[in-house]
Design a binder for this molecule. Structure first.
Ligand code: NAD
Length: 262
């Protein structure tokens, strides 16, 4: 039964203060999860979302900080005794390079992101998107191994395949998320831990709201479905986390409304 498929589960969702993570946390509870820990770097937003979900707890954590991530999982295991499902949706785009793309479009000049990308801009995207995924995977596996296993879903991106002009750091970070997730998936299968990733196309969230209008229009055009809702992504993510996906291991599941295939 899809409607109670996470009955009694203890779940952790990162990036749960907004967008895809918030929708996934809500849906986990709706499908029977007993306790959902909402993790986000933004205390204000994650507390607000958690207050609307029965039985939820919120933790303010920067996923790029290994110590904070380890402490969060220690707290969760100490309180709940186990972790059954981890969804890692925390991630960042780069508003500065998106602004440069917009300015290039308005002036008719070619985009110049790579020539102006600073070390700090590169590091920020890599620290959150790639290092953060490493920290979450490491702590999730440590928590699940020896405690009955579990399911982990990371969030990559279609932009790792259909690399957009002006997104070099973002696309590279997400391609690395896919490879990291796949390698870990094969390694931890013997421990009863099942790991997959979802690669969303455009989704209507705070991140998408920062995308320049001409790119948004291009993504919404054509026969593909255009912008998905965060709830539709939560459905894809929770399919991967559910018992119905028992035979799905190390998948990079495109959820992009038919924008392209791989
Ligand atoms: N929206 C899209 O079109 C789209 C497409 C492909 C992939 N994605 C990916 O989906 C995931 C969710 O994005 P979204 O669209 O819901 O965006 P969003 O901006 O609505 O939500 C992202 C959440 O992550 C949190 N976060 C950011 N940095 C963090 C950190 N260091 N530690 C902990 N939390 C942090 C933010 O505070 C925010 O609540 C991201 O990994 C994103 O890269 C989004």
């Amino acid at each position: 039964m899809v409607d109670r498929q996470f009955e009694g589960a203890v779940a952790v969702v990162t990036g749960a203060g907004s967008g895809i993570g918030a929708a996934t946390a809500r849906e986990l509870t709706a499908r029977g999860a007993e306790r959902v820990y909402l993790v986000d770097v933004s205390k204000e937003t994650v507390d607000k979302v958690a207050a609307t979900i029965p039985g939820a707890a919120s933790l303010t954590v920067d996923v790029s900080d290994a110590n904070q991530m380890a402490e969060a999982f220690e707290t969760i295991v100490a309180e709940s005794g186990r972790v059954d499902v981890v969804v890692h949706a925390a991630g960042v785009d780069d508003p500065v390079s998106k602004q440069w793309i917009l300015e290039a479009n308005e002036s008719g000049e070619p985009v110049d992101v790579i020539g102006r990308l600073t070390d700090d801009m590169w590091r920020r995207v890599m620290a959150v998107n790639l290092d953060g995924t490493f920290h979450v995977l490491r702590e999730a596996v440590r928590a699940m191994r020896g405690r009955g296993g579990g399911a982990i879903v990371t969030v990559g991106s279609s932009s790792a395949f259909d690399t957009l002009i002006g997104y070099p750091h973002y696309s590279a970070s997400k391609a690395a998320v896919h490879a990291l997730t796949q390698s870990v998936a094969k390694e931890v299968l013997p421990y009863g831990v099942r790991v997959n990733t979802v690669a969303p196309g455009p989704v209507d969230t705070g991140m998408a709201a920062r995308t320049p209008a001409h790119l948004r229009a291009a993504m919404a055009a054509g026969p593909a479905r255009g912008y998905a809702s965060p709830e539709e992504l939560a459905d894809t993510i929770l399919y991967l986390a559910s018992p119905g996906a028992a035979n799905v291991v190390g998948a990079v599941l495109l959820s992009n409304g038919g924008r392209f295939t791989v």
